[in-house]
Design a binder for this molecule. Structure first.
Ligand code: PXP
Length: 246
């Protein structure tokens, strides 16, 4: 029990694809890993296709869509190419990120005021195919009113500044997230979060953000799996989120 009560864990498997791509074969087999990660109790699988396909490849997404039995979440910048891809695959959730094609990893949230007309159109297109949407946001309460106007179902709080401030002053680091989350929930938005969450900072975040429904975690979780094994690692992260459903 517990999977309904606790914050859900979606595992980002991009890094597994990066390891696979380093040698050109199919080791590790990321589709097989997605299946295993679900069997260890994760609530979802996330991927972030980049335009140059340097991590997951577009063909991976079709195989994952057939395999993933939990929630399949595809993140990315809504270029026309990305939109055609996700409209074809139809995952349960698409998370829109305003990242340039060549960034190492996502490094900013949307300016929902400036990008309102663009986001509105994109989100309407996704919702016309019954795809749930989430938009990546900095912890800034001023972005919430226009986030609501975009029509999105959810927001994903960009947790980099929380993670980088955690060791020095966790109360200060989480403050803007508490305020943004409160505004978002009051406005009827559902809350996701992600980026740089790890075994050290996850529980505190989850305990202080009321209404946090889902986190997506990649880098730290895959690194921890090198030491603890994937099955143990997934359970360790689930334990940070409340009751494990194992
Ligand atoms: N959320 C978004 C929008 C991301 O781009 C990423 C990284 O791909 C994550 C969450 C996960 O971040 P991390 O790999 O640091 O856990």
């Amino acid at each position: 029990m517990g999977s309904l009560n606790r914050t859900k864990l979606s595992v980002n498997i991009n890094k597994l694809a990066t390891i696979r791509n380093a040698r050109g074969g199919n080791n590790p087999d990321i589709v097989d890993y997605a299946r295993k990660i679900e069997s260890y109790g994760a609530d979802g699988i996330t991927v972030h296709p980049r335009p140059d396909q340097r991590h997951v490849r577009f063909e991976d997404l079709y195989l994952l869509k057939k395999t993933v039995k939990t929630e399949f979440n595809i993140e990315g910048y809504p270029s026309r190419e990305f939109m055609d891809l996700v409209l074809d695959i139809r995952p349960q959730q698409v998370t829109l990120v305003p990242d340039a094609p060549d960034v190492l990893t996502s490094n900013n949230g949307w300016d929902t005021m400036q990008q309102l007309p663009f986001l509105k159109d994109i989100i309407a297109e996704l919702k016309s195919q019954n795809i749930r949407t989430s938009i990546f946001l900095n912890p800034d309460p001023r972005m919430i009113a226009s986030a609501v106007l975009t029509g999105t179902d959810r927001i994903e709080l960009y947790t980099e500044s929380y993670a980088s401030g955690f060791d020095k002053d966790r109360e200060n680091a989480i403050r803007p997230y508490i305020e943004t989350a409160r505004e978002a929930v009051e406005a009827g938005l559902v809350l996701n979060a992600g980026h740089d969450l790890d075994l050290k900072n996850l529980r505190y975040f989850q305990e202080h953000i009321a209404g946090l429904l889902e986190v997506s975690i990649g880098h730290a979780l895959i690194c921890d799996a090198l030491e603890f094994g994937m099955a143990n690692t997934v359970r360790m992260y689930l334990n940070q989120l409340g009751t494990s459903n194992q």
